[in-house]
Design a protein around this ligand. Sequence first.
Ligand SMILES: [Zn+2]
Length: 98
Amino acid sequence: MTDTRTLRRKSDNEVVCIACGQVLPRADAREYDKYGDRWDRAGKDFEYLCKPCHRDCCHQPRNGLEETLIRAEGEHADTQAFITEYYTLVSDDISTES
Ligand SMILES: [Zn+2]
């Protein structure tokens, strides 16, 4: 698997869609902030979505998704450990919600 973190930014003017991997001009991309606050820009490195992928995104409230992703990412740098931790956190959430 290719590490998309190293590919995310192609240049100052081009970005990579985090959903489909398409390289597109930054001006044509939609910013995505996993912290859910696009207006607080200090010290942030935004991710990007192409317009078709942005359109396909669910814009309903995501019930803590970003917080869960950040928690899972915390100590797990490699993809497999991250996914394992993510599912552990999600399973915990589901079992405590019901
Ligand atoms: Zn895309």
